[in-house]
Design a protein around this ligand. Structure first.
Ligand code: HEM
Length: 155
């Protein structure tokens, strides 16, 4: 727990913090200050780097989360842990699937469209990414709230 929990939290902070920054700080500034031809390549570049960190965060969350379950649940495994961990696992997996959809569909389209200078297709792909990132940000915040406080009111 001494190693797994801090790594788990670090991974969650990197993933959620990046989405929060992108949505609440970078997006409004980019919309205000940049033209579409400047903004779309910027997003393709920013997301390329950030998504590598998200992959690392996902692997870390799964490994450390899976590592902590037997430590907390003993021989009962996932049946031995609190309901807040079940909810975390469920929403966490859902968030990961949403991320993978973004990565392999609209993000791939965004990169292709930016390379082709097809700003309409790039704009459509970015809108899809923005909506799904907002969904994941909301799910992530709910997960953090349940994961950190659930043991006091859920079980
Ligand atoms: C999907 C796989 C995941 C698994 C298997 C998992 C498992 C766990 C386990 C076993 C704990 C320790 C619980 C306790 O001490 O009672 C924990 C803690 C925590 N997890 Fe997860 N987790 C996962 C995903 C996530 C995600 C996606 C987030 C955030 C977005 C998250 C946020 C947290 C937080 C904030 C804690 C600290 C709770 C505390 O000690 O106060 N987890 N996780």
């Amino acid at each position: 727990m001494m190693i797994a929990l801090p790594l788990h939290l670090l991974a969650a902070v990197i993933w959620l913090g990046g989405m929060f920054f992108a949505y609440t700080a970078l997006r409004p500034a980019a919309v205000e200050l940049l033209t579409q031809e400047q903004r779309l390549p910027l997003w393709a570049g920013v997301l390329k780097t950030f998504f590598n960190w998200v992959w690392l965060s996902i692997i870390t969350l799964l490994v450390t989360g899976g590592w902590m379950i037997p430590l907390l649940g003993g021989m009962g495994g996932v049946d031995g842990v609190g309901i807040h961990v079940h909810i975390m696992l469920l929403i966490g997996i859902f968030m990961m699937l949403i991320f993978m959809h973004v990565f392999f569909n609209p993000f791939k389209k965004l990169k292709w469209a930016v390379a082709e200078h097809d700003w309409i297709a790039a704009g459509t792909a970015l809108t899809q990414i923005r909506k799904l990132v907002l969904l994941n940000l909301i799910l992530g915040i709910i997960t953090i709230l349940i994961a950190s406080s659930g043991r006091y009111w859920l079980s």
